[in-house]
Design a protein around this ligand. Sequence first.
Ligand code: C5P
Length: 315
Amino acid sequence: MYSYTLHAPAKINLFLEILGDRPDGFHELVMVLQSIALGDEITVRANGTDDIRLSCGDSPLANDATNLAYRAAQLMINHFPQAHSQYGGVDITLTKHIPMAAGLAGGSADAAAVLVGLDLLWNLGLTRPELEQLAAQLGSDIPFCIGGGTAIATGRGEILDPLPDGDCFWVVLAKHRSMEVSTPWAYQTYRQQFGKNYLNDDQSQRARRKTIHAGPLLQGIQHRNPGQIASHIHNDLEKVVLPAHEAVAQLRQALQSAGGLGTMMSGSGPSVFTLCQDQATAEQVLAIAKEKLNDPDVDFWLTHTIGHGIQIIDH
Ligand code: C5P
């Protein structure tokens, strides 16, 4: 029986700006998303039954339809019933390395890998835009996770424009092991506190704001200028998550004062990252921040930015 094992990279947000709320309950965003080498491993294998069977190893993740990876397989079955009857059900094995509920799109990356994996396993030959369209039905970050690299994401995060690869940073990542931040909570709280500042929903105003706010960062990316990139990273959700979670603010402070080019919370948190120009600096930043914090509940990772999304690692 054929199987595919895929690497599903996490992402960090180099930029997250909330432009307004939307009638569908989501928020209109401008994000710059960046893949990092830290990732999960997903194997998909035809199982000779009609069913989806998901195994998540020793991670506490559920193996049912509450798991995005499972829902991704359901979506593929619903869209391609003929392939399902031809090839049968699928065993999905998930090996988790990306911390959960961390603002790193771990669940989204897994779901993206299942879409790509079933496309391969069932010989569907879907194009990237077709896969992205399916992905958008499952979650806002999933289309990005398919192709990864560096991209600007607008709409609710599903409209992607690729940017030149920003694969020039080492990244120190840190997160309190026992802390999770709910993404819906972060957006709702932002809306309650800052919603009055939204511009009206006029498209041209949105486009203007996009260039004003993300402009210097985008220029830095175009020119592959690490200093300019790192000094223009931004995340609106810090305004609600940091005051509500003093420990995240302290972690951010410890990382920022440990050196590196720039520090920011990723997505809705609570993970925090520091961009560094080389591996030696990143190792130093990690050691200093670890010593400063002296908190056994904080996990650290040393990783680097990469220029791709889901990749086959075994077949
Ligand atoms: O799309 P996804 O399921 O990843 O979004 C998780 C939650 O984050 C949504 O239910 C919503 O509360 C919030 N969100 C939002 N606006 C976006 C993306 C996400 O309000 N553009």
